[in-house]
Design a protein around this ligand. Structure first.
Ligand code: CLR
Length: 397
């Protein structure tokens, strides 16, 4: 059915592509996809999906009851899934292949708040590794004392007509007021619709949220023709660690409606509609005000040529960036130093991660591959100070 959506010229490039992924080596960046499946958006932008509903993101910061707080964190996580995994298909007609960020690439922005009740929410996303690709991010809301930080890499494989992707990394949600942490593991996914040349994401298996207050959320994912026959289906529970009692159960579709029920009484507390809840667009500075490392500035020419379908320019502009990067790495090697990440630092031991990942049943060990990327408050305030200084000089001049 879906095949009809793809233009004939595009379809002819799909056969060879299918053949090429049969021998796929697991490195998503190395996939040479046909032009019509290329997205002009860099993967550093995907970090923004975590907070496109700022009011839901900060809600736990105001809740005095720890159990309800844990529920609000779970609810927020569930409301991010539509943005993370199906918004591109909906907007563009199918999933697309994002631009592979260069080391040090930044994507910065904020969700403004005209009401004054939510306060400003700030996004910092940085490509901390290129080989293999790893994106780190922090999302901060000072007014409500909420901080999310995490990092994300992917391990992929191809079999039986689908690309399966395991996410490497985790996210940590922190509430300042309660000195509380939540460790979030990331779901596995696979790409459906590949044979029809209209790929889209489906989630599988499960993911968890462990809190420092002893609450455990588990979310089980299933797709079409599995449990309910509906796509993007999930079933989640919130329990106290070590207890079998279900405090809350949430069921439904993460891209559509889901209902929160009380565990014991099965009383319906809320039905959330992912389709009708509007997102708040991220504010990004105009390109001329951006740092040269900021995604939209660095990729501007590539993005423009992808949008106009100018393959030749796409190729030459991409090569320019790749060659520049190669030169930088060469120089660093010669000088015996490493690229300085602007906002993040690699640690071998993160106390929050260690504490919460030791909870039974949590398979977050993989997050430790090559160390853990943490948001570096010291670097962050240094950059903020430098920027403030810069602005003052500009104003004076
Ligand atoms: C990135 C981190 C986000 C969640 C997320 C959503 C979709 C994933 C993406 C991550 C990584 C890149 C991804 C994408 C879906 C398709 C795309 C796996 C995990 C690959 C590179 C595209 C392959 C090309 C096909 C369309 C043929 O928080």
């Amino acid at each position: 059915e879906e095949a009809g959506a793809v233009p004939a010229a595009a379809k002819s490039s799909w056969g060879p592509f299918l053949k090429s992924i049969a021998s796929f080596n697991g490195d998503l960046a190395s996939l040479t996809a046909p032009p019509f499946i290329l997205s002009p958006t860099s993967l550093t932008e995907y970090s923004g999906y975590w907070a496109e509903h700022p009011e839901i993101f900060v809600a736990p910061g105001q809740e005095k009851d720890p159990q309800k707080r844990a529920l609000l964190v779970l609810k927020w996580f569930l409301t991010t899934l539509k943005q993370q995994y199906s918004s591109r298909s909906e907007k563009l007609g199918s999933e697309k292949k994002p631009l592979n960020p260069f080391l040090g690439e930044l994507f910065l922005g904020k969700w403004k708040d005209p009401t004054g009740e939510i306060g400003e929410t700030q996004l910092i996303s940085e490509q901390v590794s290129h080989h293999p690709p790893v994106t780190a991010y922090a999302i901060l809301n000072e007014k409500h004392g909420v901080k999310l930080e995490g990092y994300n890499g992917q391990k992929a494989s191809f079999s039986r007509g689908t690309i399966s992707v395991r996410q490497v990394g985790h996210a940590k949600y922190h509430l300042k007021e309660f000195d509380e942490d939540y460790l979030i593991t990331l779901p596995s996914l696979h790409i459906e619709g590949i044979v029809y040349a209209s790929p889209y994401v489906e989630l599988n298996r499960s993911s968890t949220i462990h809190s420092s207050t002893g609450y455990v959320a588990q979310i089980d994912y299933s797709g079409k023709g599995w449990v309910t026959g509906k796509k993007n289906t999930f079933s989640a529970t919130l329990k106290k660690e070590g207890s079998k009692d279900i405090l809350y159960a949430i069921d439904g579709q993460w891209s559509d409606d889901f209902t929160i029920k009380e565990g014991k009484t099965k009383k319906e507390l809320e039905t959330y509609s992912a389709k009708t809840t509007e997102i708040t667009p991220l504010y990004i500075a105009p390109i001329e005000e951006q740092d040269p490392l900021e995604s939209r500035r660095a990729w501007a020419k590539v993005q423009e040529s992808i949008n106009t379908g100018d393959l030749e320019t796409t190729g030459t502009e991409k090569s320019k960036i790749e060659n520049e990067q190669r030169e930088l790495r060469k120089k660093e090697k010669e000088e015996g130093r490493e690229w300085e990440r602007r906002y993040f630092t690699r640690v071998m031991d993160d106390p929050v991660f260690t504490r919460l990942s030791e909870s039974p049943g949590l398979a977050a060990e993989e997050g430790k591959t090559d160390g853990i990327w943490v948001f570096d408050e010291k670097k962050f305030s240094q950059v903020a100070k430098a920027n403030a200084g810069g602005e003052a000089t500009n104003a004076a001049a």
